[in-house]
Write a protein that binds this ligand. Structure first.
Ligand SMILES: Nc1ncnc2c1ncn2[C@@H]1O[C@H](COP(=O)(O)OP(=O)(O)O)[C@@H](O)[C@H]1O
Ligand SMILES: [Mg+2]
Length: 534
């Protein structure tokens, strides 16, 4: 940390009183300003960034945007007082806002009554409109970056993405940025264009939380086809028009959202029509406490073994294409059905170890022959480098089924395994091996499974290396069978401390009898395939 409590800056003008927050980019202090005789907030780039070769550029960008922000006088934008140079660091001095963040408020009081939630949203929306006009995007709108003033209850937007727009590498190197329910899909991909629509998503998601008490399911998980819980399924008192506005603002693909803040705000019911209306009391379909309990139960319940089969059976080939392919303007379509449960309170899936593959490139150049599968492989790679191993596994299976023309069936036959193209298998394997630093992948599995193979092509070697039946030996080798018990798909470990070769499940997904029956059906042919390909 840069400064200790009590430390004086600018020749004694400012005295550090407390650390308010320490994020990936900056440290936020509360300080006493002896000239104004008032408290202020001082924000400085995080010290850990100083080791980065790009630090001077981050610093310059941080300051440039601060200066731009300082020129933006708006009742709902935090006021920048000045920028100071202190101990070889640029710092931003801001107004200290008495009150609490919307996040704290929601935690304390639960979901807000509709008129209050809409008022706060409009206030933040008007602040964002003013900023957008100046060419500034916030990029990190969420309840913890909105202060609600004590007394007046007015919303003030804080914590601008001061360093964010320019620092594609930074995102991967230094922070778990974008790993929550408020960041739209484009925030997860440093190469995608951001715009006013990026802040539209985040503000719509903030309204979702303000009215339901839930953090929405995060965008990358939605991109795999899981459906967001609709606001009204969580709080039936939300009017349809408000739900429609939230969902429109939270459209997964940027081009399906209103393109400006003004357009999105216009979807919300007019303020006048709110007056005289009885405030809508919050009566969620399920109470927060029950949801917490349910979440715990769900965490312990294995997913249905034929989850993918169901998924595949309930989607047309075209819809499946959407699931497998990452969103691009060319393939973007409206989300289909409104079912399936999302995340409860805080989504469990998104903040998985982002940045573990941090030093890896954002995009890979695919060989020519990959052809139409390139976007799908990019989607897989995005999940892998984000450390979302569970999602990456589903993605892999869906992609492999699609390539084998088995999407509708949902599982592989020996002949599909035989016919699966080796170059593609090797490519998928390389992605897994690379992202997991050698822990996961087909080639890893092959090494382990060879020990269970009774003899390969050699007629003379007829005895298995292991005393166990081959499928059991193979299951134990990769940790799908632990001390004699077979795991269900939902019980597989989706973190890097899983046994080597634990993922991906690959050809073995989709059998109603689970992994054991899949191995019984396919182990010979899969091992043969792996030997032929690697
Ligand atoms: N101007 C401010 N007035 C009062 N409190 C603030 C102000 N700016 C930030 N805070 C408090 O400090 C916390 C962290 O600051 P923030 O700017 O959001 O940085 P980060 O999220 O990067 O840590 C906020 O959540 C809020 O509680
Ligand atoms: Mg913040």
């Amino acid at each position: 940390m840069a400064w200790a409590v009590g430390e004086q800056l600018q020749g004694g003008r400012y005295r550090i009183e407390a650390v308010l927050g320490e994020g990936g980019f900056g440290i936020t202090y509360r300080a006493w300003d002896s000239v104004r005789a008032d408290q202020v907030v001082i924000k400085v780039l995080n010290d850990s960034l100083r080791e980065d070769p790009d630090y001077p550029r981050f610093q310059q960008n941080f300051m440039n945007e601060a200066l731009q922000l300082a020129r933006c006088h708006h009742p709902h934008v935090v006021k920048v007082e000045e920028v100071i140079w202190e101990q070889e660091r640029w710092c931003i001095v801001m107004e200290y806002i008495r009150g609490q963040t919307l996040h704290q408020l929601l935690r304390q009081k639960g979901p807000l009554p509709l008129p209050e939630a809409l008022r706060l949203t409009r206030e933040v929306g008007s602040a964002l409109m003013a900023l957008h006009e100046q060419g500034i995007l916030h990029r990190d709108v969420k309840p913890s970056n909105i202060m609600v003033r004590e007394g007046s209850g007015q919303a003030v937007l804080i914590d601008f993405g001061l360093a964010r727009g320019y620092t594609q590498g930074l995102i991967q190197r230094h922070t778990s940025y974008g790993t929550d329910g408020y960041a739209p899909l484009e925030q997860y991909d440093s190469l995608r264009r951001r715009g006013a629509f990026t802040d539209v998503y985040a503000l719509a998601a903030t309204l979702y939380t303000a009215l339901t008490g839930m953090v929405p399911m995060c965008a990358p998980v939605r991109a795999t086809g899981r459906q967001l819980d609709t606001p009204r399924s969580l709080n039936p008192n939300i009017p349809e028009v408000v739900e429609a506005a939230i969902l429109k603002g939270m459209a997964l693909h940027p081009e399906e959202r209103p393109q400006t803040m003004a357009e999105w705000l216009a979807l919300l019911p007019a303020e006048a029509s709110q007056q005289g209306r009885k405030p809508v009391a919050f009566e969620p379909a399920i109470r927060t406490q029950e949801l917490r309990e349910l979440e715990q139960v769900l965490a312990q319940t294995p997913e249905p073994q034929d989850g993918l089969e169901q998924l595949l059976a309930s989607h047309s080939a075209e819809e499946l294409e959407q699931l497998v392919a990452p969103p691009t303007p060319a393939t973007a379509k409206k989300a289909g059905r409104e079912e399936g449960s999302g995340s409860l309170i805080f989504p469990e899936v998104c903040p998985e170890e982002r940045g573990k593959g941090g030093s890896l490139p954002g995009t890979l150049s695919w060989p020519e022959w990959v052809g139409e599968a390139a976007p799908a492989l990019q989607g897989l790679w995005d999940r892998l480098r984000a450390g979302q191993w569970g999602e990456a596994d589903r993605w892999t299976t869906a992609l492999m089924l699609k390539l084998a023309g088995r999407s509708q069936v949902g599982f592989f036959d020996p002949k599909d395994v035989q016919a699966f193209p080796c170059p593609m298998l090797r490519l998928i394997d390389q992605l897994w091996v690379r992202a997991s630093h050698g822990r996961f992948g087909f080639s890893v599995q092959k090494q382990l499974w060879q020990g269970c193979d009774p003899g390969g092509t050699s007629i003379g070697r007829s005895r298995s290396f292991s005393a166990l039946p081959r499928e059991e030996c193979m299951g134990e080798a990769v940790g799908w069978r632990i001390q004699g018990r077979w795991l269900g798909y939902g019980e597989l470990k989706t973190s890097l401390d899983a046994p080597p070769g634990h993922l991906p499940v690959g050809f073995f997904w989709g059998y109603s009898g689970g992994l054991r029956s899949a191995l019984l059906t396919l182990d010979r042919v899969v091992l043969k395939k792996l030997k032929a390909c690697f």
